[in-house]
Design a protein. Structure first.
Lengths: 155, 781
């Protein structure tokens, strides 16, 4: 049994028939080939699978593809515009905000949501805003710096 | 290019990773790919009475269900080997798939292959295994008790090995005549590595060629190929290609050879088509080799001036249900040999019992033995500071190996090649504002309320593993050199093939800096290839903070060979003597006549044209080196942690963390700092939050991120870092390694800080992790 869904992914219309139980993250990764969102756990805690759904940061391992019917989804692949890196992508590169890179797409999209809510967060607000995303490599020190860099660029 | 070493150039790895284009193992798709799901034991110890696979096989889309019977029928060795042997080590077989007995929760009993990932999991649920549960023992101390359930019949009393180093008699004598002694019983908590990328494998066997390509989450593809072919699948080594694509962290957990990867290889061979398996978080936590898990009694003897006269350590170290790849080395040669710390200790004895338990195996995890050793030594030094009245700073300084005493031969085998411990301590004190902190602490103690504590950790580590002959004599079944093939192309750009395989450390950036510096070219002109056994010559991989010190040195050796050959070519072209040539800023030139010079590109082109060329020289301009270091490297430093403890609730706030590390010369300061940050987070995590808990029946009750507290961003604080620089004297770069330093030093610094805060309550020790409950109970008796 499948259900039909229509949604927008990174600005492009997508139509598909999916199993009702199919997770959004598997739909994005395996059906659409958008492998930027990663899977690090099955309890909605690591945040590696974070994407934007209608502007909200959502853990795509805990949402069904069927629930995204009619939504607009942005993944890390859709963040750079016309070949220009998003300021958050620049910030993570500039400030060494990543090492293995596995958590990075989710971390950047959560930070994107944070900056949309709060364009000039304090260090503490950044740490509060990103606590749904786990990084095992960086100790987070440079992730805070990366988000500050982006906030300055975007203001 | 001058100025490229020691410069924080941005990582070339990052553009792919920040745009989602980096390909990790699970991102890969192959035509006609099937998916595997592994059926695992829910019991820590049980006999398998039977397995009924019929319901799973009946599901449309299921391609195969394999059990131990199929491993036996395949006629392959079918085991997972241990790669480090100790005298009298018990090495019970570790079958790829359990045949009649399971020995930990998560032990593989069957594998299902299906057309689809979801279907494979559905079918795995339908495999009915008839278990007869048996008594289990998960705790390292309980496993040694009389009558404890036996993990293996041939390991009496669950003892895997009994090992010692140092001189027991001289230690006994030191304690007999000591003016002061301090002693401690401690547990070093079991940790789960938690690379955010779970282990994964895509195995593609092709019967038409007899070749197998395995993409997998590996820190050392050649080591995995060797173990996979030799002990598990029984394939010819040259028919197997192992590729580590992007690897999402490892911290040791992706060094080891696991049953699961071999099982997926077997599935692909049986089905003659690509098969992928990706662990769930729960699976990877049940089966990744864990870290630490020691129970230790330790004691320090001091004379009337507070100088250490003896150190005694007795440790029971969990091995888990099976011996993982390098497991026996971790609590022995990577632990007992570190017991001298930064101190001149005349008598040391360390005894270690390796213990089988009905748990996941324990093996190298970031620091591997050295964090455990540092924790023993630095906790004892804290107590010694209290007992002697000298305090934590003076007691350490009084016992530091003096700067003029290097090379320093310890009583536990290692010879420290270099060191200068005082300046790192002094700088740390200055950074933290030590005297002011003590003033504030005194005032808080007078006024009550939240207390602050200051904790030190002056650590040493031995890394850059290391002379092959030495590790071989200690039981390693592998060499510990590293390889590099450096190829200068006709247009003078360069490709480096390194045996050191990155999993997030930025090798491509760092290694390009080394070549750029030595060849006087831009880093952008250097490509770095790693992580593919078909592309790269045999290499040992990335672990033990070895990539810069050993892998980087191999690259330097190759570049030196290239320059020597280039001089001969240039001498021929310039009609000069090769002895008169020097290589400066990317040009071969006649010493004293800088006008007579040829750029690297001119020489490289001629090396490939070979039209106007020395008679006795082969064409081409490339060189391969296998660099075997003369010694380990010995990074050191002093870390200071400041905490605030709420004695009403037991909660701990990190206030400051200052680290002064000496990792020798630094290639890319940004990357070095990043390695320290990550190590600190893991060490602080061990001290405060992380704990792998098995209940009495052997169930892992902290197997998910719901229960196992990996540090989150709001738990941590900005780190304050500085460096002293004492170059390694025996490698060409003067580098030592930095990957593990943070995790080695920090647990002791944090615990010492908390205990320091609680000194007025008469508390001298709390076992990690220092949860609010434990702290509250300690304070409230």
């Amino acid at each position: 049994m499948t259900v039909s869904i229509q949604l927008e992914v990174n600005g492009k219309p997508v139509q598909a028939a999916v199993e009702p139980r199919r997770l959004l993250v598997h739909f994005l990764r395996e059906d659409l080939g958008l492998t930027g969102a990663n899977i690090g756990c099955e309890t909605s805690l690591c945040g590696a699978c974070t994407v934007l759904v209608d502007g909200d940061a959502v853990k795509s391992c805990t949402m069904l593809a069927a629930q995204a019917d009619g939504a607009s989804v942005t993944t890390i692949e859709g963040l750079a515009q016309n070949g220009d890196l998003h300021p958050l992508q620049e910030g993570f590169w500039e400030k060494h905000g990543l090492q293995c890179g596995y958590c990075t797409p989710g971390m950047i999209l959560s930070a994107n949501y944070l900056l949309a809510q709060n364009p000039s967060p304090s260090d503490e607000e950044i740490r509060e805003g990103l606590k749904g995303n786990i990084c095992r490599c960086t100790g987070y020190h440079n992730i805070v710096e990366a988000v500050k860099y982006a906030a300055e660029r975007m203001s | 290019m001058a100025g490229v070493l020691g410069t924080s150039i941005k990582r070339r790895e990052d553009p792919a990773l920040i745009t989602g284009r980096g390909k990790y193992t699970d991102d890969l798709q192959a035509a006609d790919m099937a998916h595997a799901a592994i059926v695992r034991s829910p019991y820590a110890h049980a006999r398998i009475r039977g397995i009924d696979t019929s319901a799973a096989e009946a599901l449309p889309g299921v391609l195969a269900v394999l059990t131990a019977r199929d491993v036996a029928a395949a006629g392959i060795p079918g085991v997972v080997p241990v790669g480090w042997l100790l005298p009298d080590l018990k090495t019970p077989a570790h079958p790829m798939i359990a045949a009649d007995t399971v020995r930990h929760v998560g032990d593989a009993v069957a594998v299902v292959v299906a057309e689809d990932r979801y279907l494979a999991r559905d079918a795995a649920e339908r495999v009915a295994v008839d278990y007869e549960p048996l008594d289990a023992v998960a705790d390292v101390v309980a496993a040694l008790e009389d009558g404890a359930p036996a993990v293996h019949e041939d390991a009496l009393g669950n003892v895997a090995f009994d090992w010692e180093i140092g001189d027991r008699e001289s230690v006994d004598a030191a304690f007999a005549s000591a003016a002061n002694t301090v002693e401690l019983d401690l547990r070093n908590n079991r940790l789960i590595p938690h690379a955010i990328e779970p282990r994964a494998v895509l195995a593609s066997y092709d019967s038409s060629t007899g070749e197998m390509t395995i993409h997998m989450t590996s820190q050392n593809p050649h080591v995995h190929r060797l173990l996979m072919t030799l002990a598990s699948l029984g394939m010819p080594e040259h028919k197997v290609r192992i590729v580590a694509p992007e690897v999402g962290g490892g911290f040791g957990s992706k060094i080891h050879h696991y049953a699961d990867e071999a099982i997926v290889g077997l599935c692909s061979m049986k089905l003659d088509r690509p098969v992928k398996w990706t662990a769930t978080r729960t699976e990877t936590n049940l089966t990744d080799a864990h870290g630490r898990d020691h129970s230790t009694h330790c004691a320090l003897a001091l004379d009337a001036e507070g100088r250490i006269t003896g150190l005694r350590v007795d440790t029971a170290a969990a091995m888990g249900a099976y011996l993982s790849t390098f497991a026996p080395a971790v609590p022995t040669y990577l632990y007992g040999t570190l017991m001298s710390g930064q101190y001149d200790i005349p008598a040391i004895h360390c005894h270690v019992t390796g213990v089988f338990t009905h748990t996941a195996p324990v093996d190298a995890y970031r620091g591997a033995g050295r964090p455990e050793a540092t924790y023993v030594v630095e906790r004892l030094m804290h107590l010694a500071g209290e007992a002697t009245g000298l305090g934590p700073v003076e007691v350490r300084k009084r016992n530091f190996v003096p700067a003029d005493a290097f090379p320093y031969q310890t009583q536990v085998a290692l010879a420290y090649d270099s060191g200068n411990y005082g300046p790192a301590m002094d700088r740390a004190l200055e950074m933290i504002g030590y005297d002011d902190l003590r003033t504030e602490q005194a005032s808080r103690r007078d006024n009550g309320g939240k207390q602050i504590g200051i904790g030190f950790s002056s650590y040493i580590e031995a890394c850059g593993l290391a002379p092959s002959a030495v590790v071989g004599s200690l039981g390693a079944q592998a060499g510990q050199w590293e390889s590099a093939d450096v190829r200068v192309h006709p247009t003078a750009s360069v490709t480096v093939y390194t045996g050191s395989s990155s999993h997030g450390q930025g090798h491509e950036t760092t290694f390009s800096q080394i070549v750029a510096d030595k060849l006087g070219i831009a880093p952008e002109a250097v490509e770095v290839i790693h992580g593919d056994t078909d592309l790269v010559q045999f290499g040992m991989g990335t672990y033990g903070s070895r990539s810069a010190a050993v892998g980087g040195s191999a690259i330097v050796k190759s570049v030196e060979k290239i320059i020597e050959k280039g001089k001969k070519i240039a001498a021929h072209l310039l009609e000069a003597s090769a002895e008169d040539l020097e290589y400066v800023d990317g040009s071969f030139r006649v010493a004293g006549s800088p006008d007579r010079a040829l750029a690297l590109g001119d020489v490289a082109l001629q090396a490939y044209l070979a039209h106007n060329y020395p008679d006795d020289l082969e064409p081409g301009l490339s060189a391969t080196s296998f660099y075997d270091p003369a010694n380990f490297t010995y990074p050191f430093g002093t870390h200071v942690c400041v905490v605030e403890v709420d004695t009403e609730t037991g909660s701990i706030d990190l206030l400051r963390y200052a680290a002064v590390d000496d990792v020798g010369n630094v290639i890319n300061p940004m990357i070095v700092d990043g390695q320290l940050h990550g190590g600190l987070a893991q060490g602080i995590g061990q001290a405060l939050w992380e704990n792998a808990v098995y209940d009495d029946s052997g169930q892992l009750v902290s197997g998910s991120l719901m229960d196992y507290a990996v540090p989150k961003i709001h738990n941590l604080i900005p780190f304050e870092l500085d460096r002293t620089t004492t170059p390694c004297p025996h490698n060409p770069l003067g580098v030592k390694g930095v990957g593990e330093a943070g995790a080695i030093a920090s647990p002791a610094a944090v615990v010492n800080a908390v205990v320091d805060a609680l000194a007025p309550f008469g508390i001298s020790h709390i076992d990690m992790p220092l949860t609010p409950e434990k702290v509250w109970r300690a304070v409230n008796g």
